[in-house]
Write a protein that binds this ligand. Structure first.
Ligand code: NAD
Length: 556
């Protein structure tokens, strides 16, 4: 393993008196294993394998479709556990008559057991040489990569993503596993030699894991985000209790199984399902829980954050909502901007924290931009996401559908609906939560819809005169997750990057004006109400959050 990590010449690898290793060579001479993104669709389509992509995905849909409707336990220390409180049904949003599976309604005592198990697991996993943990995480990535079509098909069935979005979710998960392994390597396990002032003084900075973490994840990137948060915790030596969203427990179970197959000890990872509300007190009050990594709404995240930190300072990594703006200036390439905005606003039905939800268009190009937007929208088909030509599948659940109906009513009352606004109920839409992508203008800046995260496919439009005004409007939000601009003017782009209050900012991005961050390329994290730490997932600072520093000094 060591030679794989450090190339054929590992003479640069030094070990101190306590067995801690550190890098002694200048980085120019050091052979590190490179990180490469998975990017399945891009690679296959560029290699002429488009049809193979579709064939493999469709075969996987058949296989996964035949495995639905089973009863699944939670796992504590590797043991299956069934709850006295019974089960809940996980239904497909594509067609709610399809039961994905039955999952345990875990109780507080199960969370307690899971934390206890993870605490025991920490005794082994936490003290394991970091290179071994890196090897296990890489193995998990390889298993995931081998099985990616099955995983993508399951994501489609369970949360309604189209095949490209579902595969991107799996790719992102694989990337997290490999990228964080890579970060451990290029940082030498986060052991650094420090300076010395006294004769014979040898000082090291050693980053160490905290212990047990809860990983609480949302439905919309049910594999990527769960994997991202938990692999960050695990590779740095922490142990975890996974608590997935109740709309997507099955893909989370598959992930749990992959970790076990890859060699994560059975007590180092535990899998618990059920209502967050019912389980929250154990997560908040159990003093053996050393940290929480949460991705979800501001409403839930801010409440957990405040309560979790009240007893003692414990890390709480929260990634929360967004109300992301895209600015279209007069010099924008209108075709590119329209493509980017449609993908940014309506990809996965606007159910992305990074979705473009506020569109600011310079007054003198507004009419031209909107005309092209409305002309092109019908090309982006709504329908059963299992079909290859479908862009937008269903909303996740009935609550999201009710929200959409309520928001459209409000938009009609207080503004103008320029496109969409309907719930689709006929034919293939009869048993799912299908709605039209919707474009609205005429709402005031104080309007509830302009301020709140909607998380459904509704794009709000406003005009502006100067870029300063547009940036001021974009920044006038409690959230600060992502933002975009389309402009051919370099000074405009410079000013945008200088002043925009968002963790992730894009200029002229066609694949999604505010969406689609790639691990190792765009560190993904929010400012203001969008995030608690200012360090993005898939970025160079992410792993530090799961460790605390110990200064170790020895004297001759
Ligand atoms: P949610 O807040 O409803 O749920 C997130 C997770 O928290 C789920 O696992 C849920 O079961 C759990 N939970 C809910 N209430 C809880 C409680 N009281 N105690 C403990 N756990 C609880 O979010 P969601 O609907 O699953 O996801 C959508 C939200 O997630 C949106 O706001 C979106 O912007 C946000 N999100 C943010 C990012 C990001 O990186 N910033 C990424 C994806 C999603």
């Amino acid at each position: 393993m060591t030679s794989e990590l450090f190339g054929s010449n590992n003479a640069w690898q030094k070990t101190d008196a306590l067995g801690n290793s550190f890098k002694a060579a200048p980085s120019c001479c050091f052979m590190e294993r490179a990180f490469v993104n998975e990017m399945t669709w891009l690679r296959m389509s560029q290699s002429g394998l488009t049809e193979e992509f579709h064939r493999k995905y469709e075969e996987a849909l058949e296989i996964v479709g035949s495995q639905l409707g089973q009863h699944h336990p939670i796992y504590v220390g590797g043991e299956p556990v069934f709850s006295d409180a019974g089960e809940f049904l996980d239904r497909s949003p594509i067609d709610t008559r399809t039961v994905i599976g039955y999952f345990q309604r875990a109780q507080r005592k199960h969370v307690r057991m899971a934390i206890e198990s993870a605490k025991e697991g920490f005794e082994r996993w936490g003290y394991l040489d970091w290179r071994k943990r890196v090897g296990v995480m890489r193995k998990a990535a390889d298993i995931m990569s081998d099985e990616k079509f099955l995983l993508a098909a399951l994501i489609t069935l369970e949360n309604g993503k189209n095949r490209f979005e579902a595969m991107a979710d799996v790719d992102e998960a694989i990337d997290y596993l490999r990228y964080y392994a890579y970060l451990m390597e290029i940082n030498d396990g986060f052991v650094k030699r420090m300076g010395s002032v006294y004769p014979g003084e040898h000082a090291l900075s050693v980053m160490k894991p905290y212990g047990v973490w809860a990983i609480v994840s949302p439905f919309n990137f049910p594999l990527a985000i769960l994997t991202g948060m938990s692999s960050g915790a695990l590779v740095t030596g922490n142990t975890v209790v996974l608590k997935p969203a109740s709309d997507t427990p099955y893909i989370a179970l598959r992930y749990y199984e992959i970790l076990i197959r890859a060699g994560v000890p059975k007590d180092a990872v535990n899998y618990v399902t059920g209502s967050g509300k019912e389980l929250q007190d154990e997560f908040l009050e159990n003093e053996d829980l050393m940290g929480i990594a949460f991705t979800g709404s501001w409403e839930v995240g801010s409440m957990l954050y405040a309560r979790f930190s009240s007893k003692a300072p414990r890390p709480f990594i929260a990634e929360m909502g967004g109300k992301n703006a895209t600015i279209i200036t007069e010099s924008a390439d209108i075709e590119k901007a329209v493509e980017g905005v449609i993908r940014g606003a309506f990809g996965y039905g606007g159910q992305k924290c990074s979705a473009t939800s506020r569109l600011l268009v310079q007054r003198n190009v507004k009419e031209r931009f909107l005309r092209r937007l409305l002309e092109r929208l019908p090309e982006f088909k709504v329908g059963d996401p299992r079909r290859r030509d479908v862009f937008m599948g269903p909303l996740i659940n009935e609550r999201a559908l009710k929200n959409y109906i309520e928001y459209v009513e409000l938009a009609k009352k207080d503004g103008r609906v320029l496109y969409g606004g309907k719930v689709l109920k006929d034919g293939e839409f009869a048993n799912g939560y299908y709605v039209e992508p919707t474009v609205v203008e005429g709402l005031s800046r104080e309007h509830r819809l302009w301020k709140e995260e909607l998380f459904v496919p509704i794009l709000l439009v406003k005009e502006f005169d100067t870029l300063e005004e547009a940036i001021e409007m974009a920044n006038d939000s409690d959230y600060g997750l992502t933002a975009g601009i389309f402009s051919k003017n370099k000074d405009d782009v410079k000013m945008f990057f200088e002043r925009i209050q968002a963790g992730v900012a894009y200029a002229n991005r066609i694949v999604g004006s505010t969406t689609g961050a790639v691990v190792g390329v765009q560190a993904f994290g929010g400012w203001k109400r969008s995030g608690s730490t200012g360090k993005g997932a898939g970025g160079v600072y992410y792993l530090y959050q799961f460790m605390r520093e110990q200064s170790q000094s020895t004297y001759d």
